[in-house]
Write a protein that binds this ligand. Sequence first.
Ligand code: DX5
Ligand code: ZN
Length: 230
Amino acid sequence: MSFNRSIKIAPSILSADFANFGAEIRAIEAQGADWVHVDVMDGHFVPNLTFGPPAVAAFRRHVTTVMDVHLMISPVDAYIEAYATAGADIITAHVEAGPHIHRTMQAIRANGAKAGVALNPGTPAEAVGYLLDMVDMVCVMTVNPGFGGQKFIHSQIDKVSKLRAMIGDRPIHIEIDGGVTPETAPLVVAAGADVLVAGSAVFKGGSVDNPDTYGQNMRDIRNAIPSARG
Ligand code: DX5
Ligand code: ZN
């Protein structure tokens, strides 16, 4: 995985058919997904429950791009090794998930994965100031984590701009997670984001039997971004 700031679309399989993950992952990759985003929820840090390490290891067998694993769990440190072993290329943990986020980032890299740090909408950009020399990605939550299909929180655009300035020349991705659509994508890209997670906006109207719709939905997001028009 070499670093660049080209725009990447990372469909969240939270919006896929839960009875058919292998085919769903293959379909979104065939239709142009850059990364595959996996939302792990524990029913404690967020009010929803999703995927344990065995499920993520099963997804891995179908992912040929980048498996981007977003841990919305607390505590988190005890599970990092298991999700790394499951095959995560990037593991993202939340600043709000515990008192030792610095240690958490060290543990992710020590387990051989790229390290991401996520910020809830109420958490300031400055919360990651002392982590920037040890992370590969900052994820700005543009909804409160827990569910797909929520409305984009516009106040977070300013946070993206602040982070972009704080990051400077460091090879750190800025990922946006929540409410990404053709309307909101250009706003966050203009502010400095390069990875766009999108669940409902990618999967809506499509299926593994009608995968072209996934491709069209991704093109609709890309074509809305002036700098990404080919
Ligand atoms: C929210 C998740 C997101 C979410 C995005 O807790 O982290 O990845 O599924 O879904 P949409 O794009 O539908 O807002
Ligand atoms: Zn996510």
